[in-house]
Design a protein around this ligand. Structure first.
Ligand code: TYD
Ligand code: MG
Length: 458
């Protein structure tokens, strides 16, 4: 046997080098490269035996038994979780759920496991971080003790696969967390890139072979990236992130990648003393505690996947004492803010070039839609002029570089949600071209951003 070799692996992105260096050329990280010894068998582990391969066989796209089953899904009965998965757990799929330590990943997954197990499915929860007693104590606190989830405190993936292979195929296996797992094949410590990657490989192979769905939990670092587990992102079927703002009780589950469903759906939860509670109507939550009399806030009627979500956009502008004024954005794209500021300046005479600008999306939501442009512009102008926007109005519309306000998708769903939550007016792009309207909700169409600015200032 050959001696183990050393490689130098970036712990942040997984790039490998022949020797140590201070900066990773691949991701630009400093001091992220660490020495890892890899056993001579290689990172990939044992190759698939050729006899077990279906050599050279092809399958028709449709019409074969067992192949044309549409991805069989099992609902976990946690609606907000199933929504993000795309309608439930797909057989043999592997999902990575990342999030800050303490955000509630273990809580979410023990709750989902318990629901699934109660329906008679075999569910195995493997904890590499807590002893079985601790997991049980948590389940106890959540009122889940009676649920037949199988618990194990194991960290060696070969042992885990052996355990899982006894008895019926589990419907779900939770690995909490992938950073604590290790395989015999690799000599480096658990949590290093080679261990995480190789351990994940073993578990993924098990999922594909057995048909069990496997959820890997991964902790993230402060810079918001799933370090270590990031290297398995391309190996798994779906990557989700579980997020929350410090101080808030909301938690948002978001799909970053999903082979079996959409990536724009979010699941919303609230952390309570008795675990995570599903929030089927997030608008109410995001609008709670709104400061109605203050300038600088506008309600945006947004869409998160198929679900309309109303959220408050808060802006604060103030004359700057700095040579380069501050632009601080939470929950939105800073480049998009720069664009809206430029359009306000060029087409509406709103000059914020020597003002500090702060923009915040309330409740810890992150918005990616250009449809928020109009609400952002309204909040900025309101803050600058001190004119309070009507509390019963919502805004949506995309602003183009020419200053025009352009229509956005799913206007009807946005209007409907606004009506449902008691709003009476919507400031929207020109809806003349046959856009549906919502009875009981007045719409004011603006074709240009300058019209809106003049309206607010008047
Ligand atoms: P946990 O699920 O352990 O987080 P993670 O697995 O992502 O590290 O959640 C831990 C936090 O959640 C902890 O700060 C306590 C809080 N919590 C509650 O508020 N209510 C509960 O019912 C539970 C179980 C935890
Ligand atoms: Mg945990």
């Amino acid at each position: 046997a050959r001696a183990a070799q050393s490689t130098f692996v970036c712990q942040s992105c997984g790039a490998t080098y022949g020797r140590w260096q201070g900066k990773c050329e691949s991701c630009g990280g400093w001091n992220t490269i660490a020495e890892e010894s890899v056993a001579a068998t290689g990172v990939g582990g044992a190759p698939v035996k050729s006899s077990s391969r279906s050599k050279g066989r092809t399958f028709a796209l449709a019409g074969l038994d067992g192949v044309n089953d549409q991805a069989p899904r099992t609902e976990t009965q946690v609606g907000e979780l199933d929504r993000v998965f795309g309608g439930g757990l797909v057989k043999g799929s592997v999902i990575l759920i990342g999030g800050d330590p303490g955000i509630g990943k273990s809580t979410l997954l023990i709750q989902a496991s318990a629901r699934l197990a109660r329906m008679g499915h075999r569910v195995v929860y493997i904890s590499g971080e807590e002893a079985v007693g601790q997991v049980r104590l948590r389940a106890d606190r959540l009122g889940l003790t009676a649920s037949p989830v199988e618990l194990a405190a194991e960290t060696n993936v070969e042992d885990i696969v052996a355990t899982l292979s006894e008895g019926p195929v589990p419907r779900l296996v939770v690995i909490d967390s992938i950073q604590t797992m290790w395989t015999d094949k690799v000599e480096s410590a658990p949590g290093t890139v080679s261990q995480v990657r190789s351990a994940a490989q073993v578990l993924i192979r098990f999922a594909k072979k057995s048909g069990a769905a496997v959820i890997l939990v991964g902790h993230v670092t402060k810079d918001g990236q799933i370090a270590g587990p990031r290297v398995v992102e391309h190996m798994v079927d779906a990557v989700m992130s579980f997020e929350g703002e410090g101080g808030h009780h909301f938690r948002i589950l978001r799909a970053v990648k999903n082979r079996f469903g959409p990536t724009d759906e979010i699941g919303v939860f609230e952390m309570t003393g008795k675990g995570l509670r599903e929030v089927p109507n997030p608008s109410e939550l995001f609008l709670a505690g709104r400061d109605l009399g203050a300038p600088g806030t506008a309600v945006f009627a947004g869409m998160e996947g198929t679900r309309p979500v109303l959220v408050e956009i808060q802006a604060l502008v103030a004359p700057s004492t700095l040579g380069t004024p501050r632009r601080a954005v939470v929950g939105w794209d800073p480049a998009r803010l720069s664009m809206v500021l430029a359009v306000l300046d060029a087409h509406c005479g709103v000059r914020l070039g020597s003002h500090d600008v702060y923009l915040n999306v309330a409740g810890g939501l992150r918005i990616a839609e250009p449809a928020a442009d109009l609400a952002v512009a309204a909040a900025l102008v309101s803050s600058l002029t001190g004119a309070v926007l009507p509390a019963d109005s919502v805004y949506f519309g995309e602003v183009s570089l020419s200053g025009a306000v352009r229509p956005v998708a799913q206007a009807a769903a946005r209007l409907k949600e606004a009506k449902k939550l008691g709003f009476t007016k919507a400031v929207v792009p020109d809806v003349a071209r046959g856009e549906p309207s919502e009875p009981g909700l007045a719409t004011q169409a603006v074709t240009g951003l300058s019209t809106l600015v003049a309206d607010i200032a008047a």
